[in-house]
Design a protein around this ligand. Structure first.
Ligand code: PXL
Length: 277
């Protein structure tokens, strides 16, 4: 069985980061190991939240894993809370990447044209440097714009624009970049990925579901990482990830008692699991 190390926070309530990554990775029949970067009472879109930083645990954890001879087939980072954390995780990547097939960075910074609470442009600039350590990155339009210092464009993208953004993202260092939230024509929404090794683009579009849904980036990345770890191609992996995300959003919209945070990905897991039988 493949083993992924995922590095992101635990938001106790809110359906994002580790509470999404763990079930999704497990559902793909991949072992999920975790390095929690922080524990929050909820994610940061809530008005009141606690934030217990776990940065001081990173180095002793690396040492203990090394002493045990533990290795990972893939390393996947999500929400990172501080500059020091990025520095320490760069060290972790340097230690464990020799035995790993790939390093996947989801540069969690913001959504809908806005950076999340606690983040600013300087943090986005540091995240852009952090992306140099990745083989694959998967930003949304907001994160790509912040890291590349270009204006955020919500919709009406042209193919030239998207291809240019993807080439610039891969110039940050990763071999593969995937951009979510691409909208060439009204009502159609999707992901375009670029493999700089072959200079190929892969697109996957679906009908846009109106509304903003929190935690979908984490869901998308977790599914893509799991699919890549299971040997699926880049195109297949991002398609599987987009399908899980869309199915989860549809389930949320159909649920009259849906929470006003996170999506009902639980309902969409059976169809996702069948892709790995
Ligand atoms: O879903 C991204 C995310 C992850 N972790 C924390 C967050 C957010 C987005 O707001 O606040 C703590």
């Amino acid at each position: 069985m493949k083993r992924i190390l995922t590095i992101q926070d635990v938001s106790d309530v809110g359906k994002c980061s580790l509470t999404v990554a763990l079930p999704v990775i497990s559902a793909a029949q991949v072992e999920a190991c975790v390095l929690p970067t922080a524990v929050l009472s909820t994610h940061t879109m809530f008005k009141h939240f606690t934030f217990a930083d776990l940065t001081d645990e990173i180095e002793p954890t690396i040492d203990a894993w090394r002493a045990e001879g533990i290795t990972f087939d893939a390393i996947y980072t999500g929400y990172l809370g501080s500059y020091r954390q990025m520095e320490l995780i760069e060290k972790l990547i340097a230690v464990f990447r020799a035995n790993a097939e790939f390093v996947f960075v989801d540069p969690v910074l913001g959504d809908a044209g806005k950076l999340y609470a606690r983040f600013d442009q300087a943090f986005a600039d540091r995240m852009a440097l952090f992306c140099a350590k990745a083989d694959v990155i998967a930003p949304n339009m907001t994160e790509a714009a912040a890291m590349l210092h270009i204006p955020y464009v919500e919709s009406g993208h042209t193919e030239d624009y998207v291809q240019d953004v993807l080439r610039r993202l891969s110039a940050l260092g990763p071999k593969v970049a995937a951009l979510t939230g691409v909208e060439y024509e009204p009502g159609r929404y999707g992901v375009v990925a670029y493999d700089s090794r072959t200079d190929e683009f892969f697109s996957y579009f679906h009908d846009k579901i109106p509304g903003r849904f929190h935690g979908t980036g984490d869901l998308f990345s977790s599914a893509a990482v799991a699919a890549l770890a299971r040997g699926r191609s880049i195109a297949e992996s991002f398609q599987i990830a987009a399908d899980l995300t869309v199915d989860s959003i549809k389930a949320t919209v159909a649920n009259p008692n849906a929470r006003n945070y996170g999506v009902d990905f639980e309902t969409a897991l059976p169809a996702f699991m069948r892709k790995f039988e």
